[in-house]
Design a protein around this ligand. Structure first.
Ligand code: C5P
Length: 232
């Protein structure tokens, strides 16, 4: 059976406060997105990879994927897709492009350049058993629900997990979840949340501390430090 990947990278990265979306900013001589694509180009269990970017970055993205044509047998393993207003619109655009013979789909944020190949494989394997799997970290901080700068509740920490990508699903499940989301106007910041609403169990595998979502300027500094310490 075939697995395809969708890499949503069509955000504007406003929290970064830079002139370019963060996924196109360079760290250690390469864009964050290009670091992410590096890992995906090494994942032999993925047959096709769909990179979702903003309309005005299509040509930049095409150039980027051309850099990977050496490392793959067939230069067409990567494709570029235009994103939408929200992450969920971008992922949906990717889903609509998946070939019909693709049975599994892995979604991974373009701005998580430090996921290991091992994590991709582990999440993929867990999904093969249960139909849906996400990488996540168990909370080490105490977690509280806060409203208007006042604590409302302390949550039971042993039950709290911080969810990352990759997230892997049987394609038919994720597509149905996204179609319901569009029909009923569900809003979500990850893919699994829509699958959960279909009452389908989602398994959790241990993620990685280094698999950060590069979001703020401090994250960029951390990324540069991390790459200096873990040269490719
Ligand atoms: O919004 P957030 O920072 O959580 O973004 C997670 C990922 O989703 C990023 O890689 C971002 O580029 C992507 N995204 C997207 N389309 C949007 C918004 C975000 O592909 N409209």
């Amino acid at each position: 059976s075939k697995t395809c990947a969708i890499i949503p990278a069509a955000g504007r990265g406003l929290r970064m406060g830079r002139n370019k979306p963060k996924q196109f900013l360079e760290v250690s001589g390469k864009s964050l997105l290009s670091h992410t694509l590096d890992i995906f180009s090494k994942a032999s269990f993925l047959s096709e990879i769909f990179l979702v970017v903003p309309q005005d970055f299509i040509s930049e993205a095409r150039e980027l994927i051309q850099g990977f044509s050496d490392s793959i047998r067939d230069g067409s393993r990567f494709s570029v897709v235009v994103g939408g207003a929200e992450r969920q619109d971008s992922v949906y655009n990717g889903l609509c492009r998946l070939p019909s013979d693709c049975d599994w789909v892995m979604v991974h944020d373009g701005v998580r350049p430090f996921a290991s190949l091992k994590l991709l494989e582990k999440t993929w394997k867990a999904a093969q058993i249960s139909g849906a799997a996400v990488a996540a970290l168990s909370a080490t901080d105490t977690v509280k629900r806060v409203l208007d700068a006042v604590v409302r509740e302390t949550l039971p920490r042993e039950e709290i997990w911080l969810v990352q990508t990759p997230q892997v699903f049987r394609k038919e499940i994720l597509l149905r979840a996204y179609e319901e989301a569009r029909k009923y106007g569900w809003v979500g910041t990850d893919d699994a949340s829509f699958v959960e609403r279909l009452q389908i169990p989602v398994s959790v595998v241990h993620g990685e501390r280094s698999n950060i979502k590069v979001t703020t300027p401090e994250d960029l500094d951390w990324a540069a430090w991390y790459l200096g310490r873990n040269p490719e």
